[in-house]
Ligand binder design. Structure first.
Ligand SMILES: [Zn+2]
Ligand SMILES: [Zn+2]
Length: 316
């Protein structure tokens, strides 16, 4: 089985919830450990329906502090406590994190675990969690601090038996090198990277909502296997609202995906004014063919590519 990254779009609504659309939240799982991006109202219910659990959640990345992205936080912490968490839970976000979390948590009783807050500087930063290398980058949501996140699941380079032989590593030690350990050959120490070939592509996923198209977004979407971007409005006639409220149209997200050479585009964060987001897909697909509209509770599996250039993606 190839290592994989799975995620679930728990909430695909923007601004206000409607019965079939909870507010912004993404659940990401890698090798049994998980993280959340955003925690809008309805996140706890979404996780219960999904059945992937609370115990395995190690942290959360917040894009920004509009209510549709963080009002579920207090309740989520209670669910983590009820699930028996005693390890620290980490939360990253832009400037204002401490004030927002402390404010939301005035109704939360003392918890059985520590909540560690990591306020990132305006230019973003690097995060390491559940085996993912994560980059937070600033986007344009009308002057309030807002981050997009690029998640990379790295992949070890392939083992090269010829190099191992040339260095005189006995056959019985190969396995340890393949598992990433160093071995001793006589007086010499051989490190795993000395016996590997070319680096291999891992899996890359970008999540960014609540932004106008901007340079940092375009840059961090470059070559990603999958982009999860906001499609607040499908209809071109909503352009004035998109500009005023600092959101994106389907067509704008599709243009970013095309420009970035992405493997696919999953739209989310839909306006309540849009009853059926799928109705607007044909237009977006004229710009970027592999575009889909996310639904609450939908899961996606991404696997390391074998021969193909991009990661393998399967939507449930
Ligand atoms: Zn929003
Ligand atoms: Zn917002």
């Amino acid at each position: 089985m190839r290592t994989m990254l799975e995620f679930c779009t728990l909430g695909t609504g923007g601004t206000l919830p409607i019965p079939e659309r909870a507010l912004s939240s993404l659940y990401v799982r890698v090798n049994g450990r998980s993280l959340l991006i955003d925690c809008g109202e309805g996140t706890q219910v979404g996780i219960r329906k999904l059945g992937w659990g609370f115990r395995c959640l190690d942290g959360m990345l917040l894009t920004h502090y509009h209510g549709d992205h963080c009002t579920g936080l207090a309740g989520l912490l209670l669910s983590l406590e009820k699930a028996g968490r005693d390890e620290p839970f980490h939360i990253w976000g832009p400037k204002g994190l401490k004030r927002v979390v402390e404010g939301l948590c005035v109704i939360v009783p003392p918890l059985s675990f520590a909540v560690m807050l990591h306020e990132l500087p305006a230019e973003g930063g690097e995060i390491s969690l559940i085996g993912l290398n994560i980059t937070a980058f600033p986007v344009d949501h009308g002057g309030i601090p807002c981050f997009g996140y690029r998640l990379e699941l790295p992949r070890t380079a392939v083992f090269d038996p010829e190099k191992a032989e040339a260095l005189g590593v006995p056959l019985q030690e190969w396995k340890r090198l393949q598992q990433g350990e160093s071995v001793r050959v006589g007086l010499k120490k051989i490190r795993p990277e000395e016996v590997t070939g070319q680096a291999r592509r891992g899996i890359s996923l970008v999540f960014s909502t609540d932004t106008r198209p901007c340079e940092t977004l375009a840059k961090h979407c470059g070559g990603a296997d999958l982009l999860i971007l906001e499609g607040m409005y499908g209809d071109e006639e909503k352009r004035p609202q998109a500009l005023k409220n600092h959101h994106m149209l389907f067509a704008e997200a599709a243009a970013i995906a095309k420009e970035a050479g992405a493997g696919g585009l999953l739209l989310t964060h839909f306006s309540t004014s849009m009853e059926d987001p799928e109705a607007y897909l044909p237009e977006a697909r004229n710009i970027f063919e592999r575009t889909w509209a996310a639904k609450d509770g939908e899961t996606v599996t991404m696997r390391y590519p074998e021969k193909e250039e991009k990661a393998w993606i399967s939507l449930s």
